[in-house]
Structures are given as C-alpha cells and as structure tokens.
Design a protein around this ligand. Structure first.
Ligand SMILES: C[S@@+](CC[C@H](N)C(=O)[O-])C[C@H]1O[C@@H](n2cnc3c(N)ncnc32)[C@H](O)[C@@H]1O
Length: 272
C-alpha cells in the first residue's frame, strides 16, 4: 500500500466527494431516526494543506482553493464546514461534525500512520469507532448495523487494476446485508472503458435504484490522468437527482478550464 491521501487532500476530486457527502448526510437526517455511517477507507481524518505532502503536490490549489472565495450557493453548506473545521477535513471529520447525539460513525483504515492520526482524532469519542480493518472484509463484518438508516462511503485508493471489480463486489455485498442503507462509492474517471464496465457490472448485480454523479474536467481520453471522478449512489435519498447537479456544476465552473468534453451530470444506472 503506497497510497497516502495527504498528497491529494482538498483536490477537486476530494471536494466533489465531500460536497456530495455533506448533502447525503443532510438528507438522511431529515428524519429523526438515528443514522449509522461506515467509512470503509477513512484516511487520516484531516490534513494540513500548507505543509508536507499537500503542499508538495499543491493539488488543493486546483480544488478547494478555487471554491472558497465568494462561495457558490450550491456549495454553501459544504464550504461552511471547511471554514469552521480548521485543517482540511477528510470524510470522517466531516461526518463527525454532522452527527447528532444518537448517530454513529465507524471508520476503517489500514495505513499505520493514517490509522494513528485517526485514532488520535477520535480518542474517547463514544460516537466514533476506528477499526484497523480491511475495507472489503469490514463490509460484511460491520453490516447490517442496528440502525435502519445510514450510509456507507467506499472510497478506495484505486492503486490496482482490480479496484473497480472489488468496488462492484463490495457494493453488492453491502447491499445484500443492508438493503435500506445508502451506499456511496467514489471512482476515478481516467478513460471511459473501465467506468462503463463498472456501471455495467452494477447493472448486472440486479440492485435497483442506482445513480452516478460525475464531474469531468475534460474528455476522458488520457488514461494516465485523473480527468474526472464519480460517486455512484445506491438508494439515493429523495431529491438527489435534482440537487446534486447544481453542486457538481458549481464546482465545474470554478475548477474546470472550459476544456473540450467537460461535464457535470447525474445519470441513472438502474431504475427504482
Ligand atoms: C482515498 S483515501 C480515503 C480518503 C477519505 N475517505 C476522505 O475522503 O477523506 C483511501 C484510504 O484507504 C486506505 N486503504 C487502502 N486500502 C484499504 C483497505 N483494503 N482497507 C481499508 N483502508 C484501505 C488508504 O490507506 C487511504 O488512506
């Protein structure tokens, strides 16, 4: 495992995922019943963008740095958290900030240094459990939770070529155990073929009610470049298909460079 998320924290791909994550948690909290959130690939929890790996790559300058000035209304809720949480918040910190007293978060991480940071961040927090546990094993292991409502965020590093297949299998396993849970899986868009294959694999699972939210900065023709990214959502909450596109569009307007083939879209992969 070579991947360290600190190099990519605050990038356009992080912002896309985190802005939609905030929307999804808000939507789940429209009802008073407690929610459970499982973050299978949690990372270190928060990141200093002005030092170390993030400073070296500077990816955040093409991401969060372009959103903070005169925040677009569709991003207001997400950017409110970014302004108040200090260091750039990873998914566990964002989710934790949104938990109500009876909600719970479980995080899995394997990279020892990131795990150490995550444990330190949530030490003695009764609402957060941090597991040194393989994500793909944790999905069947930690699901279903006692709560009926909630969300699984699956955010793999995409270090190896099998990761799309692992993702489809992980989603199928999670859905089989927790049919009412919202499942959100991040994926890279480098070129089209693997993404089409992933969507087709999800259709073949027979799972109903799947959408894909995608933000692409240019036509995905360069396989070595992160041209865009997607968040596949199983059981999207009511209004996702109406309210996610403006969130994506607002980011495209700020982080895109009007390159050919750029788009922001939510498409349906499987009907309800
Ligand atoms: C893309 S990063 C996660 C970022 C985080 N979700 C966020 O949004 O702030 C992926 C993380 O998964 C961890 N990881 C990789 N393989 C894993 C596995 N099999 N099980 C659990 N964690 C894993 C990596 O160490 C890395 O920290």
């Amino acid at each position: 495992m070579n991947y360290r998320h600190a190099f990519h924290a605050g990038s356009f791909a992080d912002c896309m995922k985190h802005a939609l994550l905030v929307w999804l948690i808000d939507a789940l909290q429209r009802k008073p019943a407690p929610i459970f959130v499982l973050d299978t690939h949690a990372g270190a929890g928060r990141y200093d963008l002005t030092a170390g790996p993030a400073q070296r790559t500077g990816e955040w300058r093409q991401g969060i740095d372009r959103l903070l000035d005169r925040p677009p209304p569709a991003l207001g809720r997400y950017l409110g958290f970014i302004r108040t949480l200090g260091l750039y918040p990873g998914s566990p910190t964002l989710v934790r900030a949104m938990l109500r007293p009876d909600d719970r978060l479980a995080c899995c991480e394997l990279q020892p240094d990131d795990l150490f940071e995550l444990r330190r961040l949530f030490a003695r927090d009764p609402q957060v459990a941090v597991h040194q546990r393989d994500a793909w094993e944790a999905l069947p292991g930690l699901l279903p939770p006692k709560e009926r409502r909630g969300l699984v965020l699956i955010d793999p590093p995409f270090e190896n070529p099998d990761e799309f297949a692992d993702l489809a299998a992980g989603l199928a396993s999670a859905h089989a155990r927790w049919r009412t849970g919202v499942l959100a899986a991040w994926y890279p868009i480098k070129h089209r073929a693997p993404v089409r294959g992933f969507h087709a694999a999800m259709q073949q699972t027979g799972i109903r009610d799947i959408v894909a939210a995608e933000l692409c900065l240019r036509e995905p023709l360069l396989p070595d470049r992160l041209n865009g990214c997607g968040l596949l959502v199983v059981n999207p909450p009511f209004l996702f298909e109406r309210e996610a596109p403006p969130i994506l569009q607002a980011q495209l307007e700020r982080v895109g460079r009007k390159e050919r083939g750029a788009y922001a879209a939510v498409t349906r992969i499987a009907d309800e």
